[in-house]
Each structure stands twice: as C-alpha cells, then as structure tokens.
Design a protein around this ligand. Sequence first.
Ligand SMILES: [Zn+2]
Length: 252
Amino acid sequence: MSNNDILQALADMSHYMGDPNRGYAILGEGNTSARLDKDTIYIKASGTSLGTMTRDDFLPVSISRVTQVLENPNATDDDVRDCLRASLCNANEKRLPSVETMLHALLYAYPEYNFIAHTHPVACNGLLCSVNAREAMSGRLCPDHVVMMGRASVFVPYVDPGLVLAREVRDRVRRFVEEEHEPPKAIMLENHGLFALGATAKAVMNITAMAEKMAHVVIGAYSAGGPQFMTQQDVDRIATRPDEKYRQQEIG
Ligand SMILES: [Zn+2]
C-alpha cells in the first residue's frame, strides 16, 4: 500500500468508527492509527473527531521516540506531553497527537498489526461499566464470535488513561501472546472501551462491529438468566477448522 492509500484507508476507517448512528464514538471520543513503516505511525491529532476527520488530521509519529517515556518509572504528566511533542515527525507541527499515542505505538511492536481503532461503543461499555464486566468479556458465545475475534480477548481492569494504561496493556498483551501464541484481536478496557487490532482497516472495522453485536447478545443473555459461553473445546475446534479459517480470510 502507498502512503496515500494507507492514509485514505485510515480516514475511511475513522469515519466508520465515528458515524454517530453506530454509537462507537461521538464528539472527540476514541482514536485511530495506521502503520506507515517500521518506526512510523499515523495517529489522530488530539481534539479532532473521528466522524469528521480529514487526512490532514493524522500526525506522523515515531514509535521508538513516543515509547521511550514508558521506560521512565517517574514520568510526570509534563514528561508525557514533552514526549508526545518530541515524537512528531514534522518539526513544525503545532498540534499534539492523541493522549493514547503511547498505547497505539507499543502495540505496533507486533508485526501482525497495521491498523488500530479505539472506541467507546455503547453496548460494549454497558458491559465494561457493569459489575459483571470481567465475566461478560470472558468467553465466546457463537462460532462467528470466534471467527471474527479469535479465541479470547485481553481484559484490562480500570487504570489511569495514558501512561499507566499503556504499561498495563503492554504487560497484559505480552502475557496473552505467551499463552495464546498469537496477538489478540481485541482488548477490553474496564470502565473505558475497546481496542480493535488488525492487519487491515477492514479487519479492525469487522472486529469492532462484532464486539458491539456480541455485547448486545451478552446483555440479552443476562436478561435471560446469564450467558452460556461455548466450551474451550468447542472454541478451539472453530478456531482451527480449515473452512472457518477460509471464511475469516474471505471476510477480511
Ligand atoms: Zn478512550
């Protein structure tokens, strides 16, 4: 993909996420990014709205520079802002990248990801802001849930957004990869929202749409006595079936 195509796919994906009819993100909520090369990503400028962003609203940022602040255990809010500014590839840029840039950037350490979208979908957050958040996100409900979102998602208990959240996600994704031998397609943040991660913009849109649909299903299941999650054996079977792998590829 040319830089131009990447930027266009990122803008289209952002408009999809920010469509008010979908309820994934309104006003300035959420943020999106795409990999440009090994050390560079495009990320939403702070203060812009997903639904109305133009290609000019994405700022190129250095992954290695913006993730440096994660290694400083005493980093303050000022250090984070200085680091965000120093990570900008365009020295004349006056705007700042999204406050969640560190989190996006560290996830691009996994070569499987080229696009990432973070949103606050209504039904997902209905569950993530409930007393049953962890349980509600702990399983898979039907074959398409497995095909689109993988065997499991990463669950992250509430922590302070920004630096603390970035470190928490980094550690939990690392553990997930050790156990599952592949990076997650979705990260569920308690009292906050969803991260969808994929090789293509299409995959990230599909993961977000399926996460939100399944959240509606789980809410329905709780109203009917509680969710009956698939057994691990049945989940594993779907995840490894060649016809389901083919279907996953075809859907994108
Ligand atoms: Zn958020």
